[in-house]
Design a binder for this molecule. Structure first.
Ligand SMILES: Cc1cc2nc3c(=O)[nH]c(=O)nc-3n(C[C@H](O)[C@H](O)[C@H](O)COP(=O)(O)OP(=O)(O)OC[C@H]3O[C@@H](n4cnc5c(N)ncnc54)[C@H](O)[C@@H]3O)c2cc1C
Ligand code: FES
Length: 277
């Protein structure tokens, strides 16, 4: 986009209720030429403004390989996201700045086995990469998706996950925290299931993970136990942001600006950041 701080107007094409507190907003730029030239990579984010209410940071949860639209999946967290949920309807306009930030290293992970480990709304950035890799399937080897949520109704992208399960080239492992009468899959938190069902790490596997901080903390411990090297574990951070461009200093950890140098980092890179992380 020519002017990085000027929002581009987009229309809400469709709203999909994912869970009781997460909705996916499918967006199309009002100017079709801008939509056609809008490029992003999995892991990048936008600044999303609900006009007259405020601006929030969201990753783009779909892949640019699915053309003509882009998705933001939004969890109700506080003031602006509550207004988005209660006031934004199909056909209304929103302002979008971006895409900003770095992205998952889609070229470096070519030829590797991929293990995606997601929790809750953390599947949103992974979904963009999963769609990208599915659409370039021959570039990647074995493909495993481990996804967990507190309850079955807290799982995002339920229909798409059913499609993934039918795809013979993907292995999908689902888990919820506590048993439910009709739930036939795993029960237990993500790190526990990870240790139970995933074979110890091989040199040819890259792990891509995103979820709530507590899940990430214990997932990193489990990955370490399984023998995955920190350089092979990739995650994306959610620091509070404002400009998205490395100008305002809202998101920095020491001299690292999460909006500009991230939000995607390897675990090896995270270990070298100051303790405030
Ligand atoms: C790179 C990046 C990508 C993100 N992607 C998504 C996404 O795909 N979907 C999604 O639902 N959310 C995402 N977030 C988090 C999202 O930006 C916040 O939930 C949102 O800004 C909260 O705004 P609010 O006004 O509703 O909340 P506020 O009223 O400002 O705060 C309410 C609660 O949200 C927390 N919060 C506020 N801002 C952030 C923030 N930036 N990160 C984490 N917690 C925050 C506050 O600590 C508080 O607990 C992302 C954040 C970043 C930095
Ligand atoms: S959000 Fe402004 S410097 Fe990162």
């Amino acid at each position: 986009m020519e002017q990085l701080l000027v929002p581009v107007m987009c229309k809400v094409d469709k709203i999909i209720d994912e869970t009781p507190d997460i909705r996916t907003y499918r967006l199309k730029m009002n100017d079709p030429a801008k939509m056609e030239s809008f490029g992003w990579m999995p892991g990048q984010f936008v600044e999303f403004s609900l006009l007259g209410h405020g601006e929030c940071t969201f990753c783009i949860s779909s892949s640019s390989t699915r053309q003509g639209y882009f998705d933001c999946s939004i969890k109700r967290a506080g003031i602006v996201t509550a207004d988005i949920h209660s006031q934004l309807e199909e056909g209304m306009d929103v302002g979008i700045r971006g895409p900003y930030g770095n992205w998952f290293p889609v070229d470096d992970i070519k030829g590797k086995n991929l293990l995606f480990v997601g929790g809750g709304i953390g599947l949103a950035p992974l979904r963009s990469l999963i769609q990208y890799c599915i659409d370039n399937r021959s570039d990647y080897k074995d493909f495993t998706i481990l996804y967990g949520a507190r309850t079955s109704s807290d799982m995002c992208y339920k229909e798409e996950i059913e499609e993934w399960k039918k795809n013979p080239s993907l292995k999908v492992i689902l888990t919820i925290d506590k048993p439910e009468e009709t739930w036939k899959e795993n029960v237990g938190v993500v790190p526990k299931i990870l240790e139970e069902v995933v074979k110890p790490g091989t040199e040819n596997t890259k792990v891509i993970t995103c979820g709530p901080p507590i899940m990430i903390k214990y997932t990193l411990v489990s990955l370490d136990k399984l023998g995955f090297a920190p350089k092979d574990v990739i995650t994306t951070l959610e620091m509070k942001m404002q400009c998205g461009l490395g100008k305002c200093g809202r998101c920095n950890i020491g001299s690292t600006y999460v909006c500009k140098d991230g939000p995607v980092f390897t675990y090896e890179q995270l270990k070298s950041l100051p303790d405030e992380f």
